[in-house]
Write a protein that binds this ligand. Structure first.
Ligand code: SF4
Length: 374
């Protein structure tokens, strides 16, 4: 089975896991319940010496709580970095499983809790260690670079672990050193980085069920009806969508671009959860979700991650009260996975990575387009 066939099989398999995830989405609490739950979580965080970290794609209530309680709302790179710097005994991760596992790899002595341990990611599902390790073994001449959206065992086989915030810079550096790469698992991000850097990349064929659904033709029509809007695109999106972008970047880079741009209107091609932070930072600007409906649309086409949606207030309060849903990993695999993550964090500490506007030839050019530094 070649990689493109494998993608089709895995993608079909995801349909049932996506439906399962939506079925587990917590019911929206009433206004009174929300106040009560938020109060309980605040006092439990204090009592348990715990810090709350939330990804930009989770429910706005969880993002607000993380900020209010001295935790962080961030992309996966910043979550890893921030969590590693905390002195608290417990980290509570509102996001998906690989984020909790990354926190555990970096902090084996800490207790890592998550509202729902079944919150996974289509990229992680599409790249099992059983398939990936032999694939790497068959290409030993290549440096293995994996996206953070992978299991501990896949990370353990990698030379580098990267996030979308830093992947382009790291691959550019590896290419400069003359290394040939094996990239996994997101095919769109892999191809985008390959195009930008010219690196020799053998690319695994996974995809994100959210970003894979953005539609270029419909986006073009939306741009035509909003000619002054800047188009912000996450690089897990298909190439025709990326080509329509004014700014291509990670969640953190897109938020920064929306804040620093002089534009008053933006079309946003990533999970709609990000718009909560964009509105908080720029309350007078207008944000429009990029289209996912149109030819080829499926039940997954809603620009919201079904696994991020599994994080809810009552589950958060419950895990803090009971200590349930603790992340546990194989220590040996965790120690191996740590090498690639530490390389990334060391590399990130040595530089900044601003979002890259359309037409910019390098990150340095981003400054010239007024999008500012990371
Ligand atoms: S949005 Fe996509 S990449 Fe992010 S966790 Fe969900 S499925 Fe994975």
């Amino acid at each position: 089975m070649d990689q493109s066939e494998r993608f089709s099989v895995d993608f079909c398999r995801h349909d049932s896991t996506v439906a399962h995830a939506w079925a587990r989405t917590p019911a929206e609490p009433s206004a009174a319940e929300r106040v009560d739950l938020k109060g309980r979580v605040r006092s439990l965080l204090r009592a348990q010496d715990a810090t709350l970290l939330a990804h930009y794609y989770v429910h706005p209530d969880l993002q607000d709580l993380a900020e209010e309680t001295g935790g962080c709302v961030a992309d996966s790179l910043e979550m890893a970095r921030f969590g590693h710097e905390q002195s608290s005994r417990t980290l509570v991760i509102c996001g998906v499983r690989f984020m909790g596992e990354t926190a555990k790899i970096l902090n084996p002595e800490k207790r890592i809790l998550m509202p729902d341990l079944e919150a996974t990611c289509s990229l992680d599902l599409a790249c099992s260690a059983q398939e990936f390790v032999p694939f790497c073994d068959a290409h030993r001449d290549r440096t293995v670079v994996v996206y953070a959206n992978t299991s501990v065992e896949v990370k353990a086989r990698a030379d580098w672990v990267v996030t979308s915030a830093i992947g382009l810079d790291i691959v550019r550096e590896l290419h400069r050193r003359g290394e040939k790469l094996l990239w996994a698992p997101d095919r769109h991000l892999g191809r985008y980085i390959e195009r930008e850097t010219g690196a020799d990349m053998l690319i695994w064929q996974g995809a994100c069920v959210v970003h894979d659904e953005f539609k270029a033709v419909e986006l073009q029509a939306l741009i035509a009806s909003h000619p002054h809007a800047k188009v912000l695109v996450h690089p897990e999106s298909p190439e025709p969508v990326i080509k329509l972008a004014d700014v291509v970047g990670s969640t953190g880079q897109l938020i920064r671009a929306s804040r620093e741009s002089q534009s008053e209107e933006f079309i946003v091609a990533t999970d709609g959860g990000i718009i909560h932070q964009m509105r908080k930072l720029s309350p007078n600007k207008r944000f429009i979700e990029a289209p996912t409906a149109g030819n080829g649309a499926t039940c997954k086409s809603c620009a919201h991650c079904p696994w991020m949606a599994m994080n809810g207030l009552s589950a958060l309060a419950r895990v803090l009260e009971t200590g349930a849903n603790e992340i546990r990993i194989d220590p040996e695999a965790g120690a191996k996975a740590l090498r690639g993550i530490e390389r990334m964090l060391d590399f990130a500490a040595s530089r900044t990575a601003p979002a890259r506007p359309r037409g910019a030839q390098s990150y340095g050019d981003a400054y010239a387009h007024g999008m500012g530094p990371a």
